[in-house]
Each structure stands twice: as C-alpha cells, then as structure tokens.
Design a protein. Sequence first.
Length: 395
Amino acid sequence: MNDILIISNYYPPEKGAAANRIEQLALKLNQNGYVVSVISPLPNYPKGELFPEYKGRFSVTEKIQNITLKRLWIYPSNSSNIFKRIISTFSFSSVLFFYLLFAKTPKKVIVQSPPLLLSFVSVLALWIKRKKIILNVSDLWPTAAIELGVLTKNSISHKILLFIERFIYNKATHIFAQSDEIIDHIHSIFPKKKCFLYRNYPDHFIENITAKNYNLAEPIKLFYAGLLGVAQGVFELIQQLDLENLNIELHIFGDGAEKDQILNYLNEHSKQKIIFYGMLERDVLHEKLRDLDIALVPLKTRIYGSVPSKIFEYSALGFPVLYFGGGEGEIIVEENNLGWVVPVEDFKGLNIALKQISKIGKLEIQNMKKTIFEHAKTNFNLNQQMKNLIENNAF
C-alpha cells in the first residue's frame, strides 16, 4: 500500500520553515510513488487570521501538485495571550480528532510534532483505529518551552505536557527526529523505540545565486530571513549590534510577533545600518538574496534538540552562516566549515565576530560561497536522504 497521510499544523500557502518542510516531505513521497494526502488547518499563519480565499469555510478539499489537501476549521490567533493560543490550537485539534475517528484514512500516517496537543489527539485517534503512526519530531516539547521561559518546570501544565510527550512517543510505530539530540532524548525514555534521523534538508540548489555584477566595493551584507518570534530573538539582537564602524549592513526579511517592535526601534534609530523588508514570496526572496553575502541564524537561547533548518537551506544557496544559536547546530556549522559560530546569548562575542568578518572582504566571502555550495550538494541531499529512508522501510 502506497497511500500515506500527513497531519500538520502548517502547510502552504502559509509561509515559514514548518510549512515548507511538510510540503517538501509530501512532494518527495509523491515523487517516490506514494499517494499523498495532507490534513492541516485552514491557512492562517503567521498573521493569525484566515487567508481571504478561505474565510467563511468550515473545511476545504483541494488538490495541488498532486497532493490532496484537506483543510479543517480553526479559530485562528497569533495573540501573545497564551490562553487565546491554546484555544486556537484546541479548536483545530478537536475538529481533527473527530475527523480522524470517523473519516476513512490511509493505513500509514505521519504526524507532525509539535504542537503537542495536535500530535496527541492525532496519535490517540490513530492508535484507536490501529494505524501505522510515524511521528515526525522537529522540536522537543515541553523541554523547549522550559528553556524559552514560557513554561514553569514541575507546574501542572508541565506535568500534563510530559504525559502527552510520553504518550505520543510510546504509541508511535517509529519516530523521525531532526537531530541526534532528539533521538537521545527519546531513547532516554523509551530505549528500544525505533528512530530515524530526518534532517530538514532543502530541495533546491541554486548555483547562480550570486549577482552577475557583484560589486566588491559595497559593504558586506548580512541578512536574516524568517520568523520574527520569541524563539529567534531578533529584536533583542538588533539592539545589541554595533555596526557603526564596520563594513557591514544587516538586511531583515520576515514577519511575526516582534515585527512592530523591530519597526519602531528602526524608526527611532534611523542611522543604524539595518534595512527591513517584511515577508516576501520565496522566489522574490531568493532574487533579493543575490546581492547579499552572509546568513545570520540566531536563537534567543540554546534549545535542546533544535537544529534550525536555515543552516541547510542557506548552505544549499551557497551562503556562509553566522550561527548564534548553540546546541547541535554549532557542531554542524563547525564540522562542515559553513561559517562562524558564536555562543548563544554572547552579544559581545557576536560583535567581535562581526569585526572579524568586516575585515575579511567580499572576495574571500565569494570563495567561501562556492566551497559551501559544493559541500551542501553532496552532504545535505534530500533525495539521497529520502532514498535511504525508503530502503530502510521508514515509511
């Protein structure tokens, strides 16, 4: 049987790494002979409101790029109020639970985690129906919530989430994990649980990403592109940067909870060498990146198990990475010679690294780009990873 269902909280036309990652998985499975369907909420991310074409609908079924999409109702919210966020997650999870119980679904199902509530109701319904459950763990919750300071250790909420975490690991047939740290954590709870390392490799290698008329006399252009949320800490980062006497600019692309704070700060500090663009379509973003030099990949704090997919995405575009996130990501950047590593939250060290980069010059950065691009093509290959997983009966 080659039918397979994917359950995810995000899917295009929503933007962001999570939606792109699940779409890539769906498309790659389809390219390898699987009949793929996806269940997700009506598109609402990141603004927390339904996209215009989906307003007033309870559910929508559509087929895009040979993937059958079932989009279910959600009460959307991106409010900073945690209770509103919980209500939003619960609204989709409750509809999803009854849909999975009573609708016909394939024997094999991939469940994305986090969010934990979504994965819990999915695993529970699928376990009742005796489906083959493949749990795709991208981040460790509630561990990450403790490290981000949004959850108190040993609180009632923490204990409930620990129960949910153990339940979904236990009931999963086997587990995909984006990092070795996640596998280690799961094996610390269930030593015999079968796990597969599933890195968030990109499905694009653009050899001519650099502008044809590359101007070596221009400043070195550092950029951040992605979610402007609590976990990334971009607002705090720009307040700590000292670019005044450096041959460096920072270009920011994205949207999220910190957007207004960032815009207000830049309006009040107009002499900062920081340029803000907002959220762009992927193709438009890649065109803008042609004139840029180095990708900044930050996290507000070291999050155990987390490996930002941007490390692999930008390597596949040939960009050196300035990594400021700690954890397993540091090891990947260092072992693969992808750029520079600064200990997480060490803003003094970050400014020292920027001074060093400023002295390097754009010509050397161009040489780094070529080396990194060739390395990524061989070592961060999504097609090869998918082939290995299929050969090992991971699906």
